[in-house]
Write a protein that binds this ligand. Structure first.
Ligand code: 5GP
Ligand code: ZN
Length: 113
């Protein structure tokens, strides 16, 4: 499958991996937009949020609790951070394997551009 995140998960192309387990991998974003910019990527290939089914309910919850735990361990939980999942063209999605951006280390604008 021609999916860059599947290739990273299968170790066909390199990435800086911060954490992984049977469900997900956390990688450094190749073009960081914040002092801390990581991607929480499920190991299962799901193209967009539109493709989620009830099978993924637990997985999505796990992504959020993993993000919150990571925030605590990076000492950014109190200052705050931002979690983003883009969907399709208007959302700005460029990699069609769902992922959550974990961004921290500066203040973010609202609404986003
Ligand atoms: P999206 O635009 O789909 O919301 O987010 C895709 C993210 O993946 C972007 O922030 C982009 O910088 C990152 N990205 C794209 N290609 C690679 C890659 O090969 N390796 C890593 N680590 N990140 C990538
Ligand atoms: Zn994939």
């Amino acid at each position: 499958m021609d999916c860059i995140f599947c290739k990273i998960i299968n170790q066909e192309i390199p990435a800086k991996i911060h954490y992984q387990d049977e469900h997900l991998v956390i990688i450094e974003d190749i073009a960081p937009k914040a002092p801390i910019h990581r991607l929480i990527v499920p190991k299962r290939h799901i193209a967009t949020l539109n493709d989620l089914t009830p099978t993924e309910h637990e997985l999505i919850g796990y992504m959020y609790t993993t993000a919150a735990n990571m925030a605590k361990s990076l000492n950014v939980a109190d200052d705050g951070y931002r979690l983003i999942t883009n969907c399709n063209q208007n959302g700005g999605q460029t990699v069609f394997h769902i992922h959550m951006h974990f961004m921290a280390g500066r203040a973010f604008h609202w609404p986003p551009g």
